[in-house]
Structures are given as structure tokens and as C-alpha cells.
Write a protein that binds this ligand. Structure first.
Ligand code: UD1
Length: 418
């Protein structure tokens, strides 16, 4: 067990290089199972979600070899279609393997996935999509069992634009017979990245980034070296950190387009933001003003994965705000922790009513999930005095070298064994 000890109050100055996107790397790792070719994924972030996905691939019989920041996956030796509950519970993204395994083995057995406890997180859309491709599915003793004679392309209409369901169906359809059309597909940039990767190994996928994704089945897939897109949520977290602490921070290897909804809010708050090519610079010298409301939405709306961080920021802005979470039911678990630090927030149903206070005060708080945990770290950095953030294994799931990157720009934060 480890915790962060933070002495708050330092302004942040300097550069941060943004990691490859967790939510892009995970489905790409799952996609590597589809091919007998060799796949090299470049600049893979050192986060536990990736480590757990690699453990699962090895369990399935794939070879995985790290070389510096890159990872080489060779799935030609894959010989197992079952993911045991211990590993599936560590990682929600293990569900993506359903699409890849059914495509490769015509069989898959996977325990219901775990991941951040931020709501019900059903997988009905994933399963209904696979059924439309000809997969027979039964659920027994906490396991999902899938089998099929063959996969046949079909039209699939998603009830809501689920990121995971869109990706899972893409993976299952890549080698199906005929064309699959996913309607009301999620439009997140990570889906476009998965399309790029699949096409790089020889698939025929188009339309990702729009509401309709078309996958024409192919027989064989090959090898590639692939650089995943940058992590827009990590980028957003560092921008909010700079907005909360003050100072001037430059992000490298990022894309302003991918987080325009956040930049829009931060500008409304009073931050100075400049963007050029793959760089974003945020400067904040005065106290920020609240924005009236933030509502999470599927992309290109405000990302649910930045909801906790922006709420922490609004807690120390001048004025009142309402933050509404439309995607996940229990994504306000960090709120009682922020209250321990002096925040004035009331949660009613899916909305948090925030009344800005002058500053956070240092306290001992507990991270309950990945993004909520990151928000607590930001609050600690901006607070007066010393804070401790416990249960930081949640944060390690998604932020590589978090404390090193924060220290490099002036944050006083240390990882301490308990
Ligand atoms: C992905 C991201 C996660 C992000 C989320 C929303 C990854 C690895 N994770 O999660 O970081 O917070 O998108 O941007 O990429 N739903 C159903 N049935 C389903 C599937 C989803 O009802 O079968 C609902 C969910 O409960 C939720 C909404 O659809 O309300 C969106 O979820 P989804 O887009 O699937 O999120 P994930 O893929 O789990």
C-alpha cells in the first residue's frame, strides 16, 4: 500500500510530455490477439491497466516483450480463450477481448469485468452486438460464454453510443464474413485510433469518428509498428492542475481539438490558453471565476473522465456552479473527500452544486476511483498545508509517472509506502 503526501501551495511552471492514451492502448492490445503478425506498440504508458492487459495476453498464450517504452506482442502462439475472474476483475477493458477471442477461436469465456466502481457499467450493448454477428451467448456463474460457427457481418444499432461496445464489435467484425455497419457508434477519438491500428494490420474499417462505422471483413491480418494517440484525459488533468495551482504549464504531444470542450470551460473560467501544433500552454495568475454549468456528454461533449477534476477546480473559483454527470451513476464518490478539504458541495441525484471557497485546506483523503483520485491530488496541490491521498493504486491505473511529472513542474508530492 502506498499514499501520496502533498505539501500544497506551489505554483506550477514548466513542460509536461503527455503519455499515449490509456483508452487507446487498451483496445489496441486486445486487437493484437486478432493477428498472427507481430505488433509493436510505441510509447506505451507505465500504468497498471496496461500491465494487467499484458498479463492477460500472456495468459492467453501470446508473447509480450517490453523494449524501453515500446511493447512487442506476438499472438501467433495464442492458445487459450478463457480469461479467469482474478484478471478480468482487475480491468474493465478485459471485456474487449471478447470480440478478439471470438474472432480468433470462435469461442470465448470471460468473467464479468471489473474496473472503476463508477456505476452499474452493464455490458448488454457489447453482447447484443456480438449476437447480431452470430455469436451464441450464455451467462453462468459470473462468466460470459460465447461461441459461434462463423461470424457474419450485420447492421447493429447501439441504443446509446458506448465506447466499449463500439470497439468490441469492431474487433469481432474485422474478420467476419461480409460487412458490419455500427450505427449510433461512439465518436471518441480513441475509436478512430483503433480504426487506424486495425487498418495498419490489414483490416478494412471506415467511418470511425462519425456515428457510423463500417467494417468489411477480411481473411488475414498482418504486422505493424503503431504509435497510439496522446492521452487527452491526462492532458486535461494537467491543465486543470495548472488552473488550480496557478503558474504556467506547457503540454507537449497533445491535441487541442480532442479537449476543446475542456479548453472552452477553462477559458470561461479566466485562464489564458494558447495552442500551437501539438502544444497547449495554460497560464493563470488571477483567481478564477466559476462557470455556470458543466454537463458530461459523449464526445465531443465534456468528458466524464474530466468531471472530477473540473469539479475540484470549480470548488476554488469565485461563484457557484452545477456539474451534472450524465454517463455514470456513482461518479461523485470523491465529493465527501473534497468536503474534508473544505469544499462546499452538495450532490443531488446526478448533479453537484458547488459554491466556491477561497482555498482548499490540507487533509487526509481516500481515492475511490481513478479520476476522482486524480482530482484529490490536484486539490492537495492547490491546498494550504499538508494532505495525504490514500489508496493511490486507483490513480496508478491511468497516470504513468504522475508524481514525477508533477514534481518536475514544481508540485511538492511524494509517494510513501504505508
Ligand atoms: C470508456 C472509457 C472510460 C470513459 C467512458 C465514457 C475505456 C477503456 N474506457 O468506458 O474511460 O469514462 O468510455 O467516455 O475506453 N452502457 C450500457 N450498456 C453497455 C455499455 C455501456 O448501458 O453495454 C452505458 C454505460 O453504463 C454508460 C454509457 O453507456 O452510461 C457509456 O459507457 P461506455 O461508453 O460503454 O464506457 P466504457 O466503454 O465502459
Amino acid at each position: 500500500m502506498e499514499k501520496y503526501v502533498i505539501n500544497g501551495g506551489n505554483k506550477l511552471y514548466g513542460r509536461v510530455k503527455i503519455q499515449s492514451a490509456k483508452n487507446s492502448v487498451l483496445p489496441i492490445l486486445a486487437a493484437a490477439v486478432l493477428t498472427d503478425g507481430k505488433v509493436r506498440i510505441l510509447n506505451v504508458p507505465h500504468i497498471t491497466d496496461v500491465g494487467n492487459m499484458v498479463k492477460i495476453l500472456i495468459r492467453l498464450g501470446c508473447k509480450a516483450e517490453y523494449s524501453g517504452e515500446d511493447i512487442l506482442i506476438d499472438s501467433s502462439s495464442a492458445n487459450c480463450f478463457e480469461i479467469p475472474s482474478g484478471l478480468a476483475h482487475e480491468l474493465r477493458s478485459s471485456i474487449f477481448l471478447l470480440g478478439s477471442l471470438i474472432s480468433r477461436f470462435r469461442m470465448a469465456k470471460i468473467a464479468f469485468p471489473g474496473g472503476c466502481d463508477i456505476g452499474l457499467r452493464p455490458v448488454d450493448l457489447h453482447l447484443n452486438g456480438l449476437k447480431r454477428l452470430g455469436v451464441e451467448i450464455t451467462e453462468k456463474n459470473g462468466y460470459i460464454l460465447c461461441k459461434c460457427e462463423k461470424l457474419t457481418g450485420n447492421e447493429i444499432m447501439l441504443d446509446c453510443p458506448s465506447v466499449g461496445a463500439t470497439e468490441n464489435i469492431m474487433l469481432a467484425a474485422v474478420k467476419a464474413e461480409g460487412a458490419t455497419v455500427i450505427k449510433n457508434a461512439a465518436r471518441e477519438p480513441e475509436i478512430e485510433d483503433l480504426q487506424k491500428f486495425l487498418n495498419a494490420i490489414g483490416a478494412k474499417v471506415s467511418g470511425a469518428g462519425s456515428g457510423t462505422v463500417v467494417i468489411e471483413g477480411v481473411k488475414n491480418l498482418g504486422s505493424t509498428d503503431f504509435q497510439p494517440m496522446n492521452d487527452r484525459i491526462e492532458a486535461g488533468t494537467f491543465l486543470v492542475a495548472a488552473a488550480m495551482c496557478g503558474g504556467e504549464v506547457e503540454l507537449e504531444r497533445t491535441s487541442s481539438e480532442n479537449i476543446s470542450s475542456l479548453l472552452h470551460k477553462l477559458r470561461e473560467n479566466g485562464c489564458n490558453i494558447h495552442t500551437k501544433n501539438d502544444k497547449i500552454v495554460l497560464e493563470r495568475s488571477r483567481r478564477l471565476m466559476s462557470v455556470k454549468s458543466v454537463e458530461t456528454q459523449p464526445y465531443p461533449g465534456f468528458p466524464t473522465d474530466l468531471q472530477a477534476q473540473i469539479t475540484a477546480l470549480l470548488c476554488i473559483c469565485k461563484g457557484q456552479s452545477i456539474v451534472t454527470e450524465n454517463l455514470f451513476e456513482t461518479r461523485f464518490k470523491y465529493v465527501p473527500e473534497l468536503r474534508k478539504m473544505g469544499a462546499d458541495i452538495t450532490v443531488i441525484n446526478r448533479s453537484a452544486f458547488v459554491r466556491g471557497v477561497e482555498r482548499f485546506k490540507g487533509a487526509t483523503v481516500i481515492a475511490h476511483d481513478l479520476r476522482g483520485g486524480a482530482a484529490l491530488v490536484l486539490a492537495g496541490l492547490a491546498a494550504e498545508g499538508r494532505s495525504e491521498v490514500l489508496d493511490i493504486s486507483h490513480i496508478d491505473r491511468g497516470y504513468g509517472s504522475f508524481e514525477y511529472k508533477l514534481r518536475a513542474i514544481g508540485g511538492d508530492i511524494a509517494r510513501v509506502a504505508i
